[in-house]
Ligand binder design. Sequence first.
Ligand SMILES: [Zn+2]
Length: 209
Amino acid sequence: MTQSITPSINRDEQARGGLLAPARGLPIDPDAFSLEELQRLLSSDGHYSATPTRNYGLIDPLERPSGLLFLCSCGERPRVERGTPPPKARVQYRPLPAGSESRAYHVACSACGKAAQPSLREWRAVVDWNYTHADSRGGSLAQFPFFNLAGLSRTEAVERLNSIKRDLLLRRALARKQREHGIEVGGRFTAKIEAYLGWVNVALRIATR
Ligand SMILES: [Zn+2]
């Protein structure tokens, strides 16, 4: 099965009476749903009306993400680098697979030596850096590169972002369940879901700072 990152939300009448999405908040654990429950939930009218958009903007979060880096807290512009990360980035909450350190990306500031978590995915290294710099260097919501937040109050932005996050979490859970059932799910599709989830969390940090 192939999937687009921005599929139209299915309003199939058969979905009526399915598992209804609460208007707000996130399910306790989307991965706890079965494949059928997730399919029903994602195509339900309740989910459709609770999801503001799947059009997150024109920028592809997987392409040239270094252009989206926030400034360092020292004021200088950091860079994405490859190879063995500096000592400051060695304490990892997400360890790299053994032997992959030389292929990993990390963001570092040559002015002050600050560095962020390494990752085998460049977009993830950028998101990690931006998350930790969202408070001081995240700019305004109007400038945020995703999710069309310009013109929204903080409250409206948080509501929009939480609704988008909920949709993304459910779609990630569906992709995982589909793989468990031997249904092919594109790696780029799941990477985009993960990347957008990362960016949602960066935006939420800016909106709630
Ligand atoms: Zn710096």
